[in-house]
Design a protein around this ligand. Structure first.
Ligand SMILES: Cc1cc2nc3c(=O)[nH]c(=O)nc-3n(C[C@H](O)[C@H](O)[C@H](O)COP(=O)(O)O)c2cc1C
Ligand code: SF4
Ligand code: SF4
Length: 362
């Protein structure tokens, strides 16, 4: 084993962001290992106002970034923070961790996919003069319950147990001065996903932010807007309204005590159908009528046409989301929105690992 670097002060700075607690838990596990190894640990939650503060970095310290993966990248909040991070004051080592969508099928653990999450962050920090000591993905249970029901208690406990060991092992190695680049094994797949990661970052996430609705079960307790890490929820006519600032971290939807927050799948299908048929056809027909033909480089170039369609989708979903929010004051409309949402189904568990882990004293 190589010796721990002999720093005057042994400091570990952990910068974490977490929607539903996975990355927070990883930060706590790393913190425990660091304390056991005699390091002073400073943890900073970037899902609070702390992210607006540019930190002072001690030369020679270890710096860890820990965050969920969103759309094959770190979430925008984390990316922006890393871009604003100060240059290396001298001999600082960085390690990067991302929590991903781990799933259990029968007895098999299936990993998530990082895409450019760690690669982009490593590149930016390396250009700022940091030494990249390690990168590690941790496959904690998937929290993306707009796509699938939350995992069952048994699977959540098993996955957590497995990930705790992996995290501790990684932290021990890094803090002993070793280099761990385990995540680079996924490099080919991660690089192929770069265009998807960019499309999510610049377009997709705004679309997803506009799929949340609060139904009539909402008693206006205020918890969701109070706890949103980026203040993305406004109260409009006594009902939460999701703005494009939302990072889709899933905290509000998983934590709502009334289970009143749904992903409006019916509305999404409506918007996609409407845009593909009526809006595109009408728009092209209208342009033709007034004698404007779109130049070939727009309709024939796949990328440009994708951008044009994305802009249309965005406009339609932003408009529809506003209209839906307005019409939800009518009971019959509220019921349609609620009953065309898959997340409303009883089997569609919310992901609340905190509760489960406390109950099982994990
Ligand atoms: C909008 C969204 C996008 C996601 N994209 C990915 C992804 O690209 N790859 C992946 O492995 N997991 C993805 N996930 C799953 C989360 O990264 C994963 O569940 C993570 O552990 C959640 O951490 P947290 O509890 O700290 O928020 C996504 C989740 C959400 C809500
Ligand atoms: S947390 Fe749930 S019940 Fe409370 S205001 Fe938000 S949507 Fe309504
Ligand atoms: S609105 Fe909900 S999902 Fe969006 S960032 Fe805030 S807490 Fe997360």
């Amino acid at each position: 084993m190589s010796a721990s670097p002999d720093y005057k002060e042994k400091i570990v700075d952990l910068f974490w962001f977490s929607g539903t607690g996975n990355a927070k838990r990883v930060s706590e596990w790393v913190s425990e290992v660091a304390s056991q190894n005699g390091f002073e640990v400073i943890q900073q939650n970037l899902g609070s106002s702390e992210r607006h503060i540019i930190p002072g970095i001690e030369p020679g310290s270890y710096i860890g970034f820990i965050s969920p993966t969103h759309g094959f990248n770190y979430p925008p909040l984390m990316v922006k923070y890393i871009f604003r991070f100060p240059r290396n004051p001298g001999d600082c080592h960085v390690f990067l961790m991302n929590t991903r969508a781990g799933v259990m099928l029968n007895r098999w653990f299936l990993p998530g996919v990082s895409g450019i999450a760690l690669l982009l962050a490593a590149l930016v920090l390396w250009l700022k003069g940091y030494k990249i000591a390690g990168m590690r993905s941790i496959d904690l249970p998937s929290n993306w319950i707009s796509l699938h029901p939350g995992l069952r208690e048994k699977a959540i406990l098993k996955i957590h147990h497995r990930c705790e060991k992996k995290t501790e092992d990684f932290a021990h190695k890094i803090l002993k001065g070793k280099k761990v680049y385990r995540s680079l094994l996924d490099l080919p797949v991660d690089l192929i996903l770069t265009p998807v990661a960019l499309a999510y970052y610049f377009v997709g996430r705004f679309f997803i932010a506009k799929t949340f609705v609060a139904t009539k079960s909402c008693d206006n307790c205020g918890l969701c807007h109070k706890n949103c890490p980026v203040n993305a929820i406004k109260l409009v006519n006594n009902r939460p309204f999701w703005t494009v600032k939302c990072e889709s971290c899933m905290q509000c939807m998983n934590a709502c005590p009334k289970r009143a927050i749904e992903t409006a799948h019916g509305m999404v299908v409506g918007v996609i159908t409407l845009t593909n048929t009526a809006v595109v056809t009408l728009l092209l027909g209208l342009l033709q009528r007034i004698g404007i033909t779109l130049p070939g480089f727009i309709t024939e170039n796949g990328t440009i046409w994708f951008l044009v369609l994305s802009a249309l989708y965005m406009a339609v979903i932003i408009f529809t989301h506003r209209v839906v929010h307005f019409l939800q004051r009518f009971k019959w409309f509220d019921i349609i929105i609620e009953y065309t949402s898959l997340t409303r189904l009883k089997l569609w568990n919310r992901y609340q690992p905190g509760k489960i882990l406390r109950k099982n004293q994990f």
